[in-house]
Design a protein around this ligand. Structure first.
Ligand SMILES: CC(C)(COP(=O)(O)OP(=O)(O)OC[C@H]1O[C@@H](n2cnc3c(N)ncnc32)[C@H](O)[C@@H]1OP(=O)(O)O)[C@@H](O)C(=O)NCCC(=O)NCCS
Length: 183
């Protein structure tokens, strides 16, 4: 997918050279918004840089791709990934994961641009028919953003994640790639 640029920053696919910045962005997101992610900061903080490089490397193209948003100074300020299914009967489905925009860069359209970049990547792959994601119940900013980008709710998973002793539900959403793309 080509990089997207407009008046403010850019969005492009991340590569291994972005691993350190991607690691810092995601660790900050897990720490700042524990209820938004299934992964905890402790689970990822101890992993070597090589783990993050592997996630972004060309070989990872088979299992996942990650897009990043950069501000005008070239700082990584947001990311969203797309992971693929290995099993033949589920290969038409992909999952949007690890969506975050740094607090200082929010409400500037980076979140929307990241979701649309991931969906454009998904649409470029003939094998894919739909993209799924989950969002913690009550995260209305993220859920509304996904809805405006073409996702719809298909269910709510009760007691989905345990965060600081509370069991939170996850809203499951999907986007039919045959539908008209959001602009
Ligand atoms: C959800 C998140 C990624 C949105 O990122 P963002 O860069 O602020 O999103 P955008 O600027 O593209 O905003 C998208 C829309 O949401 C609206 N919006 C953004 N923040 C909002 C807020 N706090 N209140 C109301 N509306 C808001 C924008 O107005 C915009 O509306 P539009 O598309 O009609 O113009 C960001 O808030 C975030 O990182 N949250 C913490 C982590 C998280 O919850 N991740 C999702 C896990 S499923």
């Amino acid at each position: 997918m080509p990089a997207s640029e407009n008046h403010r920053g850019s969005v492009r696919r991340l590569t291994t050279t972005d691993a350190a910045a991607y690691r810092a962005l995601m660790l900050e997101a897990y720490a700042t918004h524990p209820s938004a992610f299934t992964t905890t900061v402790d689970e990822r903080a101890g992993l070597p840089l090589g783990w993050w490089e592997e996630r972004l490397g060309a070989d990872a193209g088979g299992t996942s791709v990650v897009y990043g948003a950069f501000d005008e100074a070239g700082m990584l300020v947001g990311a969203a990934g797309l992971s693929f299914e290995a099993r033949q009967r589920a290969r038409h489905k992909a999952t949007l994961f690890g969506m975050t925009v740094a607090t200082t860069a929010r409400r500037s359209g980076f979140g929307r641009r990241l979701v649309l970049a991931v969906l454009a990547h998904a649409r470029s792959l003939e094998t894919l028919r739909l993209v799924q994601l989950t969002v913690t119940e009550g995260n209305s900013t993220a859920q509304a953003l996904y809805e405006r980008c073409g996702f719809q709710v298909f269910g709510v998973e009760p007691l989905a994640i345990a965060v600081d002793g509370a069991l939170l539900a996850k809203v499951h959403m999907w986007c039919d790639l045959r539908g008209a793309p959001a602009r």
